[in-house]
Design a protein around this ligand. Structure first.
Ligand SMILES: [Zn+2]
Length: 394
């Protein structure tokens, strides 16, 4: 990349990923951040030709500061196109307000294939580049299904359209997914398959439009309970409750290896160690199990009339009324007890405010309570599965 008189020229563009690591620094730095993607919250990033735009919306809201007005102009090679979360007629983007830009993903390249669609009444667009072991239409179908299931469970979103940018990462690079208020970046290795792990990831990212987008909460809810909902909706889509069971048991095995699991609540962990591998954090692994256990407790306590989706809808309505879009731990607890009665309050005390270790039996009982079928744990394999080695936050 070289500076020219009027902009920037880029040489040596070849097929495959380019990681610019190109940063545009904002003058004001904003402390903190919740994108949990390992990217600083005060910068524009280009990763594999995609710009991930910060400052982080949550950090901005926390300090009650208006989002800075940002104009983005691209010096693009002739045949490149830009994919952005907002509409524009040329290569210069002037979002109507800072909100338009919040956490929006910008991607630019010569080879994006773009697919528009509607799912669950919501307009979406999927932009894909690079080649994978699956077809573009399979990915578009997965995205549409995740939106359809999420909209059915949690209601409409306060945005006109959502955008997914799917880029092929470098081989050997750990997969990652990043989510904004109306955009998602899926950075996967070219060899990855569109099977349960990536399918579940996509549902997880889609659900962040609701939890993490429309509603902010403690991280164990935003990440862990979101992971549970993603697993349940993914299994619904597949029509096989064994998918839900496999993902929950995997979470339990990871949870069992977390050394501080009986020492710390999820909220305390969040305050003391905000980053890290998601297989080693309670907010993800115990958070997912808390979703399952609370769902089972609410169903049991209400005689099957209510479930955790009802709780989530109540919380989303609460968040919509607040400028911060934030619900507190107490709001969540009240909503759980309102739906599931005192017995679900006891589950809350044990799982969310307590540190008593969760057992395999509890997971298996809760799976039966939620699905109505017996889903015993799979036999433990002697070799550690490869994907436990390193999974980034998402
Ligand atoms: Zn996430």
């Amino acid at each position: 990349m070289q500076r020219t008189g009027s902009g920037v020229s880029i040489d040596g563009v070849r097929p495959g990923a380019i990681r610019f690591r190109y940063r545009l620094d904002f003058t004001d730095s904003i402390a903190g951040g919740s994108t949990t993607s390992g990217l600083a919250s005060t910068r524009l990033y280009a990763v594999a030709r995609s710009l991930f735009v910060a400052p982080d919306p949550v950090a901005t809201r926390k300090v009650s500061r208006p989002y800075p007005l940002v104009r983005v102009r691209f010096a693009l090679p002739e045949d490149w196109t830009v994919v952005a979360a907002w509409d524009s007629t040329d290569a210069g983007f002037a979002p109507r307000s800072g909100d338009d830009l919040l956490s929006g993903i910008l991607a630019a390249g010569s080879d994006y294939r773009t697919y528009p669609g509607v799912a669950g009444g919501l307009r979406f667009r999927v932009a894909v580049r690079g080649r994978r072991g699956f077809t573009d239409s399979a990915l578009v179908d997965l995205v549409a299904s995740s939106l359809r299931h999420a909209t059915t469970a949690f209601g409409p979103l306060p945005v006109d359209r959502v955008t997914y940018v799917s880029d092929a990462g470098r081989v050997g690079r750990t997969s990652g997914s990043l989510q904004g208020i109306s955009t998602i970046g899926l950075l996967w290795e070219p060899g990855e398959l569109l099977e349960r792990p990536r399918g579940h990831d996509t549902f997880h990212e889609t659900l962040h439009f609701w939890f993490g987008g429309a509603m902010e909460a403690e991280r164990w809810w935003t990440e862990g309970v979101t992971d549970y909902f993603a697993a349940r909706l993914y299994a619904d889509w597949r029509g096989d409750p064994r998918d839900l069971a496999a993902l929950c048991y995997e979470s339990w095995r990871n949870y069992e290896r977390i050394p501080h699991r009986a020492r710390m609540t999820m909220a305390a962990e969040s305050r003391s160690m905000p980053g890290g591998d998601n297989t080693a954090l309670l907010v993800y692994r115990k958070g997912m199990l808390a979703g399952l256990l609370l769902d089972a407790a609410v169903r049991r306590g209400s005689g099957g009339r209510q479930n955790l989706d009802d709780v989530a809808r109540r919380l989303l309505a609460l968040a919509a009324e607040r400028r911060s879009h934030t619900v507190t731990e107490l709001d969540i607890r009240d909503a759980v007890i309102a739906a599931g009665g005192p017995a679900s309050g006891r589950e809350w005390a044990r799982t969310v405010s307590g540190t008593e270790p969760l057992t395999l039996q509890q997971v298996s009982d809760a799976l039966r309570g939620v699905t109505g079928v017996d889903l015993p744990p799979p036999p433990v394999s002697v070799r550690m599965p490869k994907r436990l080695a390193s999974t980034p936050n998402r």
